[in-house]
Structure formats: C-alpha cells, structure tokens
Ligand binder design. Structure first.
Ligand code: KG4
Ligand code: ZN
Length: 410
C-alpha cells in the first residue's frame, strides 16, 4: 500500500527547501538552505544571485530531505513544487528540477501556490497533533484527525516579506477553497520590517532584529497613528500600484480589511531625519556585520542602539502589529469566523504572537501559529498543501512554468 509520501520543493525567494510529508499530516523531514549570508551585504534579495544559489543548493537539499526521512526516490508517491508567486528565475530552478525528477521517476507532479503553502504550514501541524492525540488515546475517545482543526475552516492571515493577505480557507469534500478577504495595497508587513531595519542600519532580514530590539524600547514613545498606516479607501476597486500588490485583485474587497505599510516606513524615515539619527544608523552597519547574534539582554541592545532608537523600533513594531491585529479581528467578527491562523515569516514575531493570542482569548476564538521553523519559507508546507490535490488527482503537466504573480482565491 502506498504510504502517501510527497516530496515538496520550494525555491520562490531566498530559501532552497525540500521536505517529505506523509498524507499531508506528518513531516518526515524538512530541510531549508538559507541564502541570508549571500543577500545580507546588499540589504535585500538580489534575484540573479538567488537563482544561482538555488542551482547550487537544490540537489544536496533534496538529497538531505530524502535521507532525513529515511526513504529513497522509489518510495515517493508524488512530487510537489511551488509554481508561484515569487521570483521567476528562482521559481524556475525548483520547477525544472521537480519536473525532471517526476519524469525520471514516473511520478505525478503537483503545482502548489506559495500562499496556500503558508496556510498549510499551520494545518499540517494541527493534523500532526490530532493524529498524535488520536493514536495515544487508548480508550479510542481521542480526537480523530477528521475533527482536527487542520481540517476545518479558518480565517488565515498570511504575513511575510512578500505578502500580507487575509483569506477565508474552507475545505469542501477534502478540497480547500480560498476567498480573498483583504490584502496590502503596497508593501507587505515583512517588507516594512526589512526596509525600516535597513534604514536604521540593522541586519538583514530586518524582522528578527526589530523583534529582538523592540523588547527593550517603549512602544508608546513615538505615536505612529493609524492614520499613517490607514487604508487608502480611494484605491479600493482600482488597479494595484506595485509589484507586490499584483498577486490578487482588490476590487470588491471591504476597505476595512485592506492594509498599507508604505506610510509607516516613510514616517520612520522622517522621524530619523528629524531627530538626526542618520549618522548613528549608518555607523551601525559595520557593527552589524561583525555581530555574531541577535541581542538577548538590555545591555546588549544598548550596546547597539541608544534608548531613543530602541523606543522608535518598539513603537514601529507596536503600530504594525496593532494594525494587523485590528483588521484581522474585525474580519473574523464580520465573517463570524471562530478560528484564526497567522502564518508567514512575520508570524514568528513575539509581540504579534502575544497580542494575537491575548485578543483571541478575550474574544473566545481559536488561534494558531506555525512553529518558528515553519513560519518562514519551507517545503513541508508545500508537500502538505499538495496532499488534497494528490487525492483529487489534480496533477500538473510537463509544461508547468513559473507564475511570478500567481494569485490565490478570488
Ligand atoms: O515567509 P518568509 O520567509 O518569506 C516570504 O514569503 O516573504 O518571510 C520573510 C519575512 C521577512 O520580511 C522577515 O523580516 C520577516 O519575514 N520576519 C519577521 C520575523 N522573522 C522573519 N518579521 C518580524 N518578526 C520576526 N521575528
Ligand atoms: Zn513565504
């Protein structure tokens, strides 16, 4: 009998990843080769370098994922690959390799949307724990996996370096359907983190640095008002302006659930200029390159940034998390959703997890986040999202190509 083993391959941005997942409910391996050191000196992802690094990493990463799962190619039932959205050249490396493997092994190929993958990072873990609970319940009263939250509808906030999208995810007869509820009109939340970090001379990617430093600042020191990150109501229904905003249409969306993070980035820039923090930020760049790890204590944070900068960082994060929280819970209320999933790189943020968890408890809603490893890009989420498609026989053909602006849902 087939074990339902899917090899997932992900190469949409700056991580080369491969994983083996059993029946969409148990990760046997998840290997991620990060390109952070390659891109760090440029303060952002350089697409040409990303493709080159994927080419270098793809074969050893897939080999490592099979070895970690203690299987060979012959044990696989299918190969799943991210087909978009993402960087064209980067996506093509994963797609071409997946196609070649599928052809050589005579296996079905499954194309997965990267955003759907992020949602399944949480669903995979929920199914994983439901299966574990069911098998450990000796009296048979344990939750069986079909009751698992991993198989139930939820409002999903996908918040990463490339995306800030709200979806209603619903399973019908095992097939997942996604309705777009809201999204950013310009920058993604993670992009704002990365740009503000760069402006302040912090490391790349910026999210983890801001997360680590914000704990030592006063979140109310700089009053970034919501009007600075307000939704641009007048844009609703019109064509999006930026590349990041292309991945989904905005017509017919409720403007209350639209995000905009380019305003706060400009507000931070103005604040830095007004308070002559420019030189101090520029001086930090060389310090960052020599710094081995994120600051853990107030003393370490102060060795890196004066208190005023820590306050600015804390205030920026407080405003961004507050805006994500306000709109996500407003959408949950309007849709009468009882479950919320938060996923993507920014879901690793400590303040976000704490505040979303407290708000969900206050409103008696269920909330779930992926583990830190599954919050950022990985291939276990791709293999997990592919399982329902495998069961439905929804296979891609050998002419599958990269779709850099692939949309999810409508
Ligand atoms: O999901 P991901 O790995 O890639 C995309 O699909 O974009 O997300 C990367 C993004 C980056 O912008 C990074 O700064 C942000 O996630 N990020 C964080 C944290 N860890 C990663 N943002 C805030 N707090 C964090 N702890
Ligand atoms: Zn991602």
């Amino acid at each position: 009998m087939s074990r339902g083993l899917i090899l997932g391959i992900e190469s949409s941005c700056d991580e080369t990843a491969a994983a083996v997942v059993e029946r969409g409910a148990r990760a046997l391996s998840s290997v991620v080769a990060s390109q952070i050191t390659t891109h760090a000196r440029y303060g952002g992802v350089v697409p040409e370098l990303a493709s080159r690094e994927h080419l270098r990493a793809i074969v050893p990463v897939v080999r490592a994922a099979l070895a970690e799962a203690q299987i060979t190619l012959a044990d696989l039932d299918a190969i799943a690959v991210t087909s978009g959205p993402g960087l064209a050249g980067a996506l093509l490396v994963g797609i071409t390799y997946a196609k070649a493997l599928a052809f050589a092994q005579g296996l079905p190929l499954i194309a997965v949307n990267h955003l759907e993958g992020h949602i399944h990072a949480v669903l995979l873990q929920q199914r994983e724990s439901a299966t574990a609970e069911a098998s450990s319940a000796l009296d048979g009263t344990g939750r069986n996996s079909s009751d698992s939250p991993g198989n139930q509808s939820a409002l999903a906030l996908v918040v990463s370096g490339g995306h800030t999208h709200l979806y209603l995810a619903r399973p019908t007869a095992g097939i997942w359907h996604y309705t777009l509820i809201g999204r950013t009109l310009d920058d993604a939340a993670g992009e704002a983190y990365d740009k503000v970090a760069k402006l302040l001379g912090l490391g790349y990617p910026g999210g983890p640095w801001i997360d680590a430093l914000a704990r030592f600042g006063d979140p109310l020191a700089v009053p970034f008002s919501f009007s600075q990150i307000k939704t641009k109501l007048h844009l609703a229904g019109k064509a999006p302006r930026t590349k990041a905003a292309k991945t989904a249409p905005i017509a017919n969306l409720d403007p209350h659930f639209l995000f905009s993070f380019s305003g706060i980035k400009t507000a931070v820039l103005r604040y830095v200029e007004l308070h002559t923090m420019r030189e101090e930020s520029a001086a930090r760049v060389s310090q960052m390159l020599a710094l081995p790890r994120l600051p853990q204590t107030k003393q370490e944070a102060l060795a890196l940034c004066p208190q005023a900068t820590l306050d600015l960082i804390a205030s920026f994060q407080h405003a961004v998390v507050g805006d994500l929280l306000k709109k996500t819970f407003a959408a949950a209320e309007s849709l009468d959703a009882s479950r919320i999933l938060v996923t993507g790189g920014v879901a690793a943020n400590r303040e976000l997890r704490t505040r979303f968890t407290a708000e969900a408890a206050r409103r008696h809603l269920e909330i779930a986040f992926p583990t830190l490893a599954l919050s950022t890009d990985n291939a276990a989420m791709i293999a997990a999202a592919a399982w329902p498609r495998f069961q439905a026989g929804e296979f891609a053909t050998q002419d599958l190509s990269a779709n850099p602006s692939l949309a999810l849902g409508r």
